[in-house]
Design a protein around this ligand. Structure first.
Ligand code: FDA
Length: 509
């Protein structure tokens, strides 16, 4: 029999594992494609040839354990998927025979309002988490990402940030316990996994170390009324000058205030010509009456007025930032499909430690007028606040004090085929070459959750530490050394591997 048939038989034979047969999908199963496709978030990896030989959607931890044991026994790799948002599709695409463990059915959330904590299982989405918190309290929140369909499995293990980052840090900074299944099939918690593994999976990415089943998180307090605004300024409206000033204040403002900038091309309402618009998008943990005089004093160039501001609850601000602006019910947070549908997508990231001078910004704008940039964006997200007070080695995520903001560059397209893909990918690479002069150096840093295989990959899954260091130090700085030591202890034979997994020390070839 084929290795995958033996693998499936192994799952069925695994002790006390009877219910597993209903959640095992081989390629001949009529549900195989729908189970695989349901959480693919990037059309670049839709219908590719390198599909899993088997998909398992565990119902219980023993199904996860059986899959890990049987995959090793029968020479199959594992890719773990929670929300499927990996920018490079690493959770469901591989060049070698592999199994997808999709946690979509392990997604319970238990909120404990007495202790301001929650247990959230890995397959839950951020939207489900926010929704469940809001059902219990108007004044509790959680500092994680903006897009509600993102899965907590990948997101929290890679850091995870949103509009509460300046006040409360990353999602990973607010984890107090984890359940993870290791390469030996053991279910570990914070105590039994040891401090080093507990450290590694809060920013180092879960995929190198095991399969995360659930996180215990601390909920954070938010006021019952918050204020949001979205203020657009085009080049004709002095966007460059306003961004110049923003870079000098954004990371120093009151940490209850986050103003990020989304830049994209638009038709100028005055001239009808193409221009670049900088959208200043903000959450303030307080009332508009306090925010307006504060910004008039500290950032008058923005010209914020009362009419720009809307007061709402924190959960409504989640809907607002996710693009739901028509008074929808919070139930939309339970929807696992993206609001604007799917596109082909490529993104990259950077960190900025010194303000980009006007000449640097002015050299950026022409990129937006290229044909490929019709659906492109550049986003500046401010750091500072709590991020400055967490040391670089506290978690694997090293981008702390000294960073003013991070950049995300993204480009989407809808045209099928390699030619269109190559044109758009080349466009974003040219843009990235251009900005090199203005961003962090030695290494040029990047954010793990904005996965980018351009910055370096492992050799077909087998790799030396020195080869992995090319991308590893960009994501993790010197924390990469410790991540490799943890990997050496918990998965010395490098079973859990992918194009950007942490290698054990002493491996080569
Ligand atoms: P997915 O399931 O694809 O997993 C991502 C990686 O984690 C893979 O390597 C996978 O194997 C591994 N993994 C997943 N589950 C695991 C588990 N249970 N145990 C071990 N390893 C596991 N980020 C951010 O910080 N702030 C934001 O606002 C956003 N917004 C955003 C919007 C959109 C539309 C996209 C596509 C992405 C983002 N992101 C983001 C990036 C996001 O945080 C990142 O893609 C996460 O890794 C996604 O986690 P998922 O579980 O959804 O992905």
């Amino acid at each position: 029999a084929d290795s995958h048939e033996k693998f499936v038989q192994c799952l069925y034979d695994y002790p006390e594992n009877t219910s597993i047969s209903s959640v095992v999908y081989t390629q001949t199963n009529s549900s195989y494609s729908s189970v695989l496709d349901v959480s693919i978030q990037n059309l670049r990896f839709f219908n590719v040839s390198s599909k899993p030989v088997v998909i398992v959607t565990p119902l219980v931890v023993s199904h996860v354990q059986a899959t890990i044991i049987c995959a090793q026994r029968h020479g199959l790799q594992i890719r773990t998927r929670s929300g499927g948002h990996d920018y490079e599709g690493l959770s469901y695409v591989s060049g070698v025979p592999f199994v997808v463990v999709d946690l979509i059915k392990i997604r319970e959330i238990e909120v404990d309002v007495e202790n301001n904590t929650a247990w959230v299982q890995a397959g839950a989405t951020l939207g489900e988490l926010y929704y469940t918190i809001s059902q219990k309290s108007r004044t509790l929140g959680f500092p994680a990402g903006v897009c509600p369909t993102v899965g907590v499995g990948g997101h929290i293990s890679g850091g995870g940030y949103g509009f509460l980052m300046r006040k409360y840090g990353l999602a990973a900074d607010n984890v107090t316990d984890v359940h993870i299944v290791d390469v030996n099939g053991n279910l570990l918690n914070r105590k039994t996994m040891g401090d080093d593994l507990f450290w590694a999976i809060r920013g180092g990415g879960g995929a190198s170390f095991g399969i995360v089943v659930a996180w215990k998180i601390n909920l954070v307090s938010v006021p019952s009324t918050v204020t949001v605004f979205r203020v657009p300024r085009t080049l004709e409206e002095n966007a460059t000058g306003i961004i110049n000033k923003w870079q000098r204040v954004a990371n120093k403002l009151n940490e209850s205030l986050t103003i990020r900038i989304n830049m994209a091309r638009v038709n100028s309402s005055q001239s009808g010509n193409l221009t670049v618009q900088a959208q200043f998008e903000s959450l303030y943990l307080g009332r508009a009456d306090d925010l307006i005089p504060y910004l008039q004093k500290n950032f008058p160039e923005l010209g914020l007025v009362r009419e720009d501001c809307t007061e709402m609850s924190w959960i409504e601000s989640i809907l607002f930032m996710a693009g739901f602006t028509n008074g929808q019910s919070t139930d939309v947070l339970l929807n696992r499909t993206q609001l604007n549908g799917l596109s082909f997508f490529k993104a990259k990231s950077d960190y900025v430690r010194d303000p980009i001078p006007d000449v640097g910004l002015e050299g950026l704008w022409p990129f937006f007028f290229d044909d490929e940039a019709e659906n492109a964006f550049v986003q500046f997200t401010p750091y500072g606040g709590r991020m400055d007070r967490i040391s670089e080695s506290e978690t694997p995520f090293p981008h702390r004090a000294g960073n003013i903001f991070h950049i995300q560059y993204g480009v989407s397209w809808f045209e099928k085929g390699d030619v269109a893909a190559q044109r758009h990918v080349n466009w974003i690479r040219r843009l990235y070459n251009y900005t090199e002069a203005y961003v962090s150096k030695n290494p040029r840093s990047a954010y793990l959750n904005y996965r980018d295989l351009d910055i370096g990959v492992n050799n077909n899954g087998h790799t030396s530490f020195s080869q992995a260091s090319i991308w590893g130090f960009k994501y993790f700085s010197n924390n990469f050394n410790r991540l490799a030591r943890v990997k050496t202890r918990v998965d010395p034979r490098n079973f859990f591997r992918n194009e950007q997994s942490v290698p054990p020390l002493g491996t080569n070839g």
